[in-house]
Write a protein that binds this ligand. Structure first.
Ligand code: SAH
Ligand code: SF4
Length: 348
């Protein structure tokens, strides 16, 4: 029988597990503290557990189920890890340091089913959802790395790595809860963001299930023809359906929504598109994150010139909502938005 994966258990389930080992419940709190506060995965180093329990844990349980296969460092300080699962798949996570932030871009799936034309992850197709433990171990690994290198802590977690997080809703919601829990990683709710390509029924579900975390919606087109041409999901749920769900989300949660908008030369980055986007954004409590295209395989998709971006921004800024431009981080190691992909399906 396989070992019990302790990172996948919430406090109560971990308490049940230690009880089954004949140990008092406070032991589970100690184990949780080692994992989520000290980022420890080796039972031998959990020094207050007692020898007997450490031996039992080594036989029956494990904390780490991922193996770091490679780590690349960009000239801007961004780091990308390739992580292998026990069943032989590989996915990526990206750590983005800025002056006062340490943001981790985590994956929720291996590959992605959504088929957005500008995104390299789409070329992998969908392989499988990550488990709760696999999601949380990304945070553990990055936190341990920061602790051991400059003693800093992770400040933000963004579900913007591989995959559509709302297609793995329950695991992502539970991961967010552990990230935020006081006896968990202790990261503030407003510092945890989930980004979706626009799965309308799941946005409603998310609003009910996890209303306190931040939600970003990848809009990426200002009308249905434009959005459908780059995001197949728009043929299932068009902009009108998406905005209905967005408004319900804003109403139900009281949160400001972020719309991400990719800038592609001649397609999504035109003055007409800027006016359409301004109209959409003006109607609701939201902000716009502009993301100039990071170039992928398709030669037909090019980033706009700086002039074109400035002209687009100028039109948007006439609206009374916040507009931010996301600077690419780690493009030299293919770590920027939409650049994550593992060409091999299985590790040799
Ligand atoms: N799968 C989720 C989150 C991951 S991508 C989603 O699609 O929302 C995070 C953001 O990067 C999304 O808004 C996505 O539209 C954008 N993106 C994807 N590929 C990109 C590329 N090549 N250049 C710039 N942004 C890209
Ligand atoms: Fe999937 Fe997001 Fe890439 Fe679209 S942009 S293919 S939803 S990871």
């Amino acid at each position: 029988m396989g070992k019990m994966h302790l990172l996948s258990l919430d406090s109560e389930a971990l308490g049940d597990f230690t009880a089954e080992l004949g140990e008092p419940r406070y032991r589970s709190r100690q184990i949780r503290e080692w994992m989520l506060r000290h980022f420890e995965t080796d039972f031998e180093r959990m020094t207050n557990l007692g020898k007997k329990l450490v031996e039992k844990l080594k036989e029956t349980a494990e904390v780490s189920i991922l193996t770091a296969k490679a780590m690349q460092v960009s000239k801007d300080g961004t780091r990308k890890w390739a992580l292998a699962t026990q069943d032989g798949h590989v996915f990526e996570m990206v750590l983005i340091p800025t002056e006062n932030r340490r943001s981790l871009c985590v994956s929720s799936q291996i590959g992605c089913a959504m088929g957005c034309t500008f995104c390299r992850t789409a070329t992998m197709g969908f392989i499988r959802n990550l488990t709760l433990g696999e999601i949380l171990e990304q945070i553990l690994l990055a936190s341990r790395f920061l602790k051991e290198t400059d003693g800093s802590r992770l400040s933000n977690v963004i579900f913007m790595g591989m995959g559509e997080p709302l297609h793995n809703l329950e695991n992502v919601a539970r991961a967010c809860e552990t990230l935020n829990a006081e006896d968990g990683f202790g990261i503030g709710k407003s510092h945890i963001t989930v980004s979706t390509s626009g799965i309308v029924p799941r946005i409603r579900e998310w609003a009910a299930r996890a209303p306190d975390f931040k939600l970003a919606i990848s809009l990426n087109g200002s009308n249905n023809d434009m959005r459908s041409s780059v995001m197949p999901v728009n043929r299932r749920w068009n902009i009108e359906a998406l905005m209905d769900a967005a408004d319900e989300y804003i109403h139900l949660t009281g949160q400001k929504l972020t719309f991400e908008y990719i800038l592609i030369q001649g397609k999504t980055c035109t003055p007409e598109a800027a006016r359409e986007l301004r109209r959409i954004a003006s109607q609701r409590n939201c902000k716009i994150n502009l993301i100039p295209l990071n170039k992928g395989e398709d030669p037909a998709l090019q980033p706009p010139s700086e002039e074109e971006i400035l002209a687009f921004e100028a039109i948007l800024k006439q609206g009374d909502f916040e507009v931010l431009r996301r600077r690419p981080r780690g493009p030299d190691i293919l770590a920027a938005c939409g650049q994550l992909a593992i060409p091999l399906k299985k590790v040799a």
